[in-house]
Write a protein of this length. Structure first.
Length: 428
């Protein structure tokens, strides 16, 4: 049993009987992990932008435990510029679940949720944070904000949490239609959300600060998009964990100076990166960062890199920061996760061309109906376009799902296939 496994077991053991002690322990552990990574990242060859992303996300997760009075619970796709302008801390339930899973503490919370009647087929991210809330480990937020994008479970689980914590709740409904009318509809809800936040805090929305935060979001996404274009044919080593952390930086932490700085750095690194010797992959959906043999395949390797993930580029759309509510609404309405799977597929093919992907991995995360339902259509369309595609089954959070060795074997076989198609690129 390694140190992290011992740590996770202790958290799972303490949470049901002494959640405050469990919170203190996990806060100490996450802070220690931040210090450790700060000291060791350069030795491991980690890029400066990846280090910045890790430290930003780690601070966000430790702050939600250390300063719960500032917490606002959000779903991953919720625009959070309104919170940032008021000095509030958005914390994503999905990110909290990922951190518990990374701490090898998820099993106890999964059991708690299922014992409360939550179906086994629900997304493990949702089951973990429901279990953490039921045990008292998850900090009580001041209020809850969520969108209907992009998960069917959002509407139910966040209402459930609002009732459990007995806190105010605001839900943003995102229609499938992509039109100016839909943008106006969502922008109206976002204005209502601003009024809702002002009522909860007693502080009116500062429209100038909001406009500045949304402008910062636009610059951040623009720099990320520049990095994607520049990295075509370039070697930029990363790992499965960082790809997931990048999703956090470009979602509920979007609008912060730290997110903008990290994407400026990434774009600069892409410009200076050496030519790629290995394979470049497009990754669809979350990454199973906890699976050791898969992690080893991608961990800062020369022979294969993930060039882009659709969990990060989904909201790279054009918008006008001078109209902040419409700008945030466009990010939701024209998000590649909104509506039918074909939109996600079409956007993925655009990005595959942008980054020069040699192949794609469509990760079928158990419990995500949107991703599972579109998998075979995605593979068919990708391969018709000349992009070889691997459908990989698994779970991004739940270690009990199993199949780690089989997943790695299938990945290795896929990379060998791509190597045969791409002379001069050595995959394994």
């Amino acid at each position: 049993m390694n140190l992290i496994e011992t740590f996770g077991g202790k958290i799972s053991q303490l949470a049901p009987t002494d959640p405050e002690k469990a919170k203190a322990l996990i806060l100490a552990g996450w802070r220690a992990n931040g210090v450790k990574n700060r000291l060791t990242y350069r030795r491991k060859g980690v890029s400066r932008s990846d280090e910045m992303i890790f430290q930003q996300v780690n601070r966000a997760m430790t702050n939600c435990l250390a300063h719960p009075q500032k917490n606002v619970m959000v779903s991953l796709f919720t625009p959070c510029e309104l919170l940032l302008t008021q000095g509030l801390q958005p914390y994503s339930c999905e990110a909290f679940s990922s951190y518990l899973s990374g701490s090898m503490a998820e099993q106890g919370f999964l059991r708690t949720a299922e014992e409360e009647g939550i179906p086994a087929s629900l997304c493990s991210y949702h089951k973990i944070f429901i279990g953490a809330a039921r045990t008292g480990l998850m900090p009580k937020p001041r209020f809850i904000l969520n969108t209907s994008l992009a998960c069917d479970a959002n509407t139910l689980t966040f209402r459930y949490l609002a009732e459990l914590f007995d806190v105010p709740h605001f839900n943003i409904d995102v229609p499938y239609e992509q039109s100016d009318r839909a943008v106006d509809y969502v922008a109206g809800q976002l204005r209502d959300m601003g009024a809702f936040i002002a009522r909860q805090t007693g502080v009116p929305v500062d429209e100038n600060r909001l406009m500045a935060a949304v402008a910062r979001s636009k610059r951040t996404l623009d720099h990320y998009n520049i990095a994607l274009t520049r990295r075509r044919g370039k070697e930029m080593r990363s790992d499965l964990t960082t790809e997931l952390l990048r999703t956090v930086t470009l979602h509920f932490l979007l609008g912060s100076p730290e997110s903008e700085a990290a994407m400026i750095q990434m774009a600069a690194e892409a410009r200076k990166a050496p030519p790629a010797k290995g394979l470049q992959l497009l990754w669809i959906h979350t990454t199973p960062y906890w699976v050791p043999p898969l992690r080893a395949i991608f961990d800062r390797k020369e022979n294969v890199q993930i060039a882009a993930s659709d969990m990060s580029y989904d909201s790279v759309v054009d918008f006008d920061p001078a109209r902040p509510y419409e700008a945030m609404a466009r990010r939701l309405v024209y998000n590649s996760f909104n509506g039918p799977a074909q939109r996600r597929i079409d956007r993925a093919l655009e990005v595959a061309e942008q980054v020069g992907a040699d192949g794609a991995v469509w990760f079928c995360h158990w419990g995500c109906k949107h991703t599972l339902g579109g998998a075979h259509l995605g593979k068919k369309k990708f391969e018709e376009a000349g992009l070889p595609t691997l459908l990989l089954d698994g779970d991004s959070c739940d270690r009990a799902f199993g199949g780690e060795g089989q997943a790695a074997t299938r990945m290795e076989a896929f990379l060998e296939l791509l190597e045969a198609r791409s002379p001069g690129k050595e995959a394994l």
